[in-house]
Design a protein around this ligand. Structure first.
Ligand code: GLV
Ligand code: MN
Ligand code: MN
Length: 409
């Protein structure tokens, strides 16, 4: 009598714990910036676990790791996974959870001796976070043909190294061509990273789509001057301009309301000294909206503000786009599949959009794609205190397992 596949709670939680020793930070979170030594250590462990689970592992030329489990038939695989890199002050679950729950899905099928009709493909995409090397979701973007490999290799990170050099250094330039598998469908399980599910005491989110996003690097050039002798009205102060821009970004997002977000996450000043008026500021602006028209409106307002500020403060202000993606909607049949699977498992569920970017957003260009969310305590993410209750981690993995089973038949 065949047993039905089940998520093994302790194995999933144990693997999350073991993996998270890599790049562990004081306070509980992790730093595995893309293509760092910690990212390499995580990759090595993942590849070992995938092989132990019987998956045939390939690495592609952008470093995406794919483990295939054969099906009864050939043909397009059902793909699932996420990423294992983190932001510099990341939590324990952003990305990693989706990958290790995917591995647990394969282990659960192994335990049950279950052969799916279609092959399965577990993936860990390179550099989803984009904190070190913009844009985010780089591995999946290359995978779907949205960014040429050579262009990706030449991207320079915030520490001066390039993607190509670092991928080579950590030994993860693989032989496979990115995009060599066109999946039957792609599913990504992820923590919500926001407060909605927790607020409503729900367990599963069926993700309807992903916000549009615009990342801009703004460079302000003024003039270095003596902090004690230069009259206030004669300064061309890049630090003050950067501050004005940060406040403007917040004001625009607040005034537009709805799903509009605006963030200045990075400001670097030169020469960054107590008694020198800043000559230069390099900063980033992250604008997001689920509505493309409104996102364009926010971008238009920012451009107008920068032009006026440059004239008023006698500064030069230049911009460079680091990432720009339109909002996307997942196909209704995949959203329904997530909902139905959750309900059949007796789990409460609602539909919601994602305000975070994800690899599923890129994969949606290639095949039907969708996402499953589980609650984040306090809505906290990109923070070392990011947390999801173990029972919710298990519930999300069960939804992934059963949704994969449906897609694979
Ligand atoms: C990427 O993960 C983002 O939403 O910033
Ligand atoms: Mn993520
Ligand atoms: Mn993230």
């Amino acid at each position: 009598m065949p047993i039905s596949p089940r998520i093994h709670h302790d194995r999933l939680l144990g693997r999350l714990d073991t993996f998270n020793r890599i790049g562990a930070l004081p306070g509980g979170g992790n730093c595995r910036l893309a293509l760092s030594d910690e990212d390499r250590a995580g990759r090595d462990l993942l590849v070992r676990w995938m092989r132990e689970a019987g998956l045939a592992v390939t690495i592609d030329a952008i470093g995406n790791i794919i483990g295939v489990r054969d099906g009864r038939d050939d043909g397009p695989a059902v793909m699932f996974g996420s990423h294992i890199d983190t932001v510099g002050t990341g939590g324990r679950y952003d990305g990693l959870y989706g990958v290790l729950a995917g591995l647990e899905t394969c282990e659960a099928l192994n335990d049950a001796g279950y052969a799916t009709r279609r092959p399965l493909a577990l993936v860990a995409f390179t550099n989803e976070e984009g904190s070190r090397f913009p844009p985010y979701a780089m591995g999946s973007l290359v995978y779907v043909g949205g960014l040429a490999l050579d262009d990706a290799y030449s991207i320079r990170g915030i520490d001066g190294a390039t993607v190509g050099e670092e991928l080579q250094r950590i030994g993860y330039v693989g032989n496979a061509r990115p995009g060599s598998i066109t999946p039957h469908a792609y599913l990504e399980l992820h923590i919500e990273q926001g407060p909605v599910l927790e607020d409503e005491a729900l367990v599963i989110g069926a993700v309807e789509g992903i916000t549009g996003l615009s990342w801009t690097e703004v460079t302000i050039t003024g003039r270095a001057a003596h902090a004690g002798t230069t009259p206030m009205h004669l300064r061309r102060d890049a630090a003050c301009a950067a501050s004005e821009i940060a406040l403007f970004v917040r004001r625009v997002a607040r005034e537009m309301g709805g799903y509009q977000k605006g963030t200045v996450g990075r400001i670097e000043l030169y020469p960054n000294l107590v008694n020198v008026v800043a000559e230069r500021a390099v900063m980033t602006v992250d604008l997001r909206n689920t509505d493309e028209g409104l996102l364009r409106e926010a971008e238009r307002q920012l451009a107008g503000f920068l032009e006026g500020l440059a004239a008023q403060e006698h500064l030069s202000i230049t911009t460079r786009s680091l990432a720009r993606f339109e909002p996307i909607s997942f196909p209704p049949e995949i959203v329904s599949l997530v909902e139905t699977t959750a309900r059949e498992l007796g789990l409460s569920c609602r539909r919601l959009p994602s305000g975070a970017g994800h690899d599923a957003q890129m994969m949606a260009r290639l095949c039907p794609a969708g996402m499953i969310f589980v609650p984040s305590v306090g809505g906290l993410s990109h923070n070392v205190r990011e947390h999801t209750a173990p029972k919710h981690l298990e519930a999300g993995a069960a939804v992934l397992l059963h949704a994969v089973l449906r897609l694979s038949e």
